[in-house]
Design a protein around this ligand. Structure first.
Ligand SMILES: Cc1cc2nc3c(=O)[nH]c(=O)nc-3n(C[C@H](O)[C@H](O)[C@H](O)COP(=O)(O)O)c2cc1C
Length: 310
């Protein structure tokens, strides 16, 4: 038992990240049943869709699970109401100010974790009263900070200052990666990209196949003037890159991005025109396999790892 397994009442300190268009009830309940903590990604769900996923999760696992809420979500009051009505016990917030919702959630008995990408914001989250912090490095898939601090450097720096439990995210997909993060000071890990390549992820198989095919260098953090996001290099990414050659205004970038690009790419499988979010660690992901097998493999490799001698 450690601070993270005790906080969430789970077997392994391994959290499956909330991910838009990927982490619905099938993935979250599979990971929770396997001994980790599964998270529903509310960022791509209408409020009533989230309710449905919570109810399905309750039916398919008797283990703890949580919900990830990006704080930029437009109808956030409705999401939070559903979370309270449905007695969700754990919420991971991201992309916004942790002060806005932490006390409300905690007053309703919810455990709150906030995602950050710097020491400064880790301390702000602690000050806001969260139970734990996810520190996410530059390698991570999805939206990210502008700091470009890698997981390898971020974790020890946050650890030095933070008192509450620390969860490392970004570039972790194996037992050895998890061990490295824990040795650097993390109490647990949050893993996103690895869980995209599972049959349980709700995303399109064409996108999952590209994740499996991706090699080192296949992604880039871009659109920093909007919300920085790490993208798989596809036709849409090339269009973004071409536009950058012309020193575009923010408005031009917004126009190119348009609406619904992430859904188009990850959910509908339009791998040319859509936005495909994934982390640098995609380069190590070689097959689509069940989430429970991934959890078991990571934990077994973690436990069997020996420190290199010299
Ligand atoms: C496809 C995808 C979608 C994501 N969507 C979200 C999201 O909705 N909310 C969030 O807080 N983080 C999101 N993330 C970031 C993850 O929560 C997680 O921190 C990150 O994936 C960890 O790095 P890794 O991809 O190297 O494992 C997303 C990541 C990916 C790959």
């Amino acid at each position: 038992m450690n601070r993270i397994t005790a906080l969430f009442d789970i077997k392994y300190p391994l959290i499956q990240a909330g991910m838009v268009w990927n982490s619905g009830w099938k993935l979250a309940s599979a990971v929770s049943n396997a001994g980790g903590l599964g998270l529903l990604g509310a960022g791509s769900m209408y409020p009533e869709v989230l309710r449905e996923h919570i109810q399905k999760c309750k039916k398919t696992t008797d283990k703890p699970f949580g919900v990830n809420v990006p704080l930029l979500y437009p109808d956030i009051d409705k999401l939070m109401q559903i979370i309270i009505d449905e007695c969700v016990q754990i919420v991971f917030t991201s992309a916004g100010n942790p002060k806005t919702w932490t006390s409300y959630l905690k007053d309703h008995g919810v455990k709150v974790v906030h995602v950050v990408s710097s020491v400064k914001f880790a301390l702000k989250a602690q000050e806001a009263g969260v139970d734990a912090v996810v520190a996410e490095g530059f390698e991570a898939g999805g939206h990210n900070g502008r700091e470009e601090t890698t997981t390898f450097t971020l974790i020890p720096m946050v650890k030095e200052k933070l008192d509450i439990p620390l969860i490392a995210a970004g570039g972790i997909a194996t037992g050895k990666g998890m061990l490295a993060a824990m040795i650097l000071g993390a109490d647990g890990v949050q893993i996103g990209s690895r869980f995209v390549a599972t049959p349980e992820a709700s995303s399109h198989v064409a996108y999952k196949n590209l994740v499996v095919e991706a090699e080192e260098g296949a992604t880039e953090l871009t659109l920093k003037e909007l919300a920085p996001v790490r993208l798989l290099k596809n036709k849409f990414y090339e269009e973004v890159k071409a536009l950058y050659q012309t020193t575009p205004s923010k408005e031009e970038l917004v126009n190119l991005l348009g609406r619904g690009r992430a859904k188009k790419g990850m959910f509908e499988g339009d791998t040319e025109e859509g936005e495909l979010e994934i982390g640098q660690i995609a380069g190590i992901i070689k097959e689509i396999k069940p989430a429970a097998d991934i959890v078991e493999e990571i934990i077994t490799e973690y436990k069997n790892s020996v420190l290199p001698k010299f």
